[in-house]
Write a protein that binds this ligand. Structure first.
Ligand code: FMN
Length: 194
């Protein structure tokens, strides 16, 4: 779907139609460098207190998947997982035709923007990123898990003071996107009762 010829209603419909898509339902192609840059531009347009932009994304190339699999295996072994689960964890390194990591730096020295607000900015950026990919026709899913805190993975992606938040896998959907549940605005919208 092209953005240029979207009516306001169509743009809203696109937002309302975004659902995460698991990596097993993705094939190539994933977004190319220009499309990824566009999605990052959209992420940069998210509300961002103090202009901190406390996040960055790191792409993992096809050639780097085996190295990622080794890190995932290290996590699984340290977690005491079975051989079967170790193999499954390794396989996750090949999730999605395009795979990238989210790295966050929360700056606790900025009094005006407390950590919870910085995290909100990260989430808003991730949301815009996901919406942009959806509008471009890609399926995507954010995946994290305990492995994001494993020292070997943290060291592989993060500079000192940074945290590994999760991964986003992206590809061309092989099936319709399905809502997990019906969204009801009324469950989250009310009048102030004073
Ligand atoms: C930071 C973050 C980490 C997540 N990690 C996982 C995960 O490890 N496993 C998982 O199944 N879903 C995870 N999710 C949730 C999915 O990405 C997805 O949002 C959820 O399944 C709801 O689907 P929806 O986006 O279509 O509403 C994570 C979401 C966020 C924002």
């Amino acid at each position: 779907m092209s953005q240029t010829d979207m009516t306001p209603r169509a743009a809203l419909e696109a937002l309302l139609g975004r659902h995460s898509l698991g990596p097993r339902w993705m094939v190539t192609p994933g977004p190319g460098p220009e499309e990824l840059a566009l999605a990052v531009q959209a992420a940069l347009r998210a509300p961002n207190h103090g202009r901190l932009q406390p996040w960055r994304v790191v792409t993992i190339s096809a050639a780097q998947r085996p190295a990622l699999a080794t890190l995932f295996e290290q996590f699984a072994r340290d977690a005491g997982k079975s051989e079967e689960d170790v193999a499954a964890e390794r396989e996750r390194a090949w999730n999605g035709p395009v795979l990238l990591a989210w790295v966050v730096r929360i700056d606790t020295s900025v009094a005006k923007v407390p950590p919870h607000e910085q995290w909100i900015c990260v989430g808003a950026a991730m949301g815009n990123f996901m919406n942009a990919l959806h509008i471009m026709g890609y399926g995507a899913k954010i995946l994290s898990g305990r492995k994001c805190q494993h020292p070997a993975l943290v060291q592989a992606f993060c500079e000192p003071g940074e945290q590994l938040v999760g991964f986003t896998c992206i590809g061309t959907p092989t099936r319709e996107l399905e809502p997990r549940e019906r969204d009801e605005a009324g469950t989250r919208l009310s009048n102030w009762a004073v």
